[in-house]
Design a protein around this ligand. Structure first.
Ligand code: BEZ
Length: 240
């Protein structure tokens, strides 16, 4: 590559955790959307897949469509994207509904918007095209965007690996729990498991954390957990 080619290459900075989600307008299978402004006040999951009419993507769309209501109840909208055109999207979603059975699911209707992105405008802006994996297809990226339009988590999978949608739901509920109750969530946490209280910010608090209290169980000053009732979490989050 000569220096002129280098200077002509577009440079995109992909959003990072804590950044405002980049704004775009796009055509989707459910009409035009303005992201993230149309979703302000809600969580959203913007996710990419490599291509329509491919088997792993088909299994993912059926699984996500089947879980959509559960995500919606947690105040979260789903938005898909691939570097395909609108008519390809429509034809693929119709085929899924009419012909495909997977994991006990059939006649699955994908009701959430699927963005057409032939121009790669959105895919490039969000770092969904990773040329080492594919120059023409988006990898399996997942962006969690919160009600303030801030990117809160990003997950990437390669083309060959279908995502775990239970994990996406777990991550969503865990982040909402952290926001709501000012706690962190340990490895493999699920609602009902103990949560981590924020670290001691002073020597005095560190000293207090050397013993257990009614509320806290402290292994050491930096590692304290507490109980957080599953029903309280779910009632709070799912009723919001
Ligand atoms: C699939 O969705 O099946 C797939 C897409 C691109 C590469 C490999 C698999």
């Amino acid at each position: 590559m000569d220096s002129q080619e280098t200077t002509q290459q577009e440079v995109f900075t992909m959003p990072r955790i804590g950044d405002k989600a980049p704004q775009f307008t796009a055509t989707t299978t459910q009409g035009e959307i303005n992201f993230p402004s149309d979703y302000k006040g809600k969580w959203s999951i913007l996710f990419s897949h490599p291509a329509d009419f491919t088997p792993v993507c088909t299994s993912e769309f059926m699984t996500f469509a089947n879980l959509e209501e559960k995500f919606n109840k947690a105040n979260c909208s789903l938005i898909g994207l691939s570097i395909d055109g609108l008519y390809s999207h429509i034809a693929w979603l119709r085929t899924i509904k009419d012909k495909i059975k997977f994991n006990g699911m059939e006649n699955v209707e994908v009701k959430f918007p699927l963005i057409e992105d032939i121009s790669m405008n959105v895919a490039k802006r969000y770092g969904m095209v990773q040329p080492g994996e594919s120059k023409t297809q988006a990898v399996r990226a997942v962006f969690f965007v919160d009600p303030n339009e801030t990117v809160r988590a990003i997950i990437y999978y390669p083309l060959s690996l279908g995502r775990n949608f239970d994990e996406l739901y777990r991550a969503l509920i865990a982040m909402q729990t952290s926001d709501q109750f000012n706690v962190a969530t340990p490895a493999d946490w699920n609602p009902g498991d103990d949560v981590i209280v924020s670290p001691a910010g002073s020597c005095g608090v560190a000293e207090e954390r050397m013993g257990n209290t009614d509320e806290l169980e402290c292994m050491d000053w930096f590692f304290c957990t507490k109980k957080l009732d599953k029903d309280l979490i779910l009632d709070t989050i799912l009723k919001k």
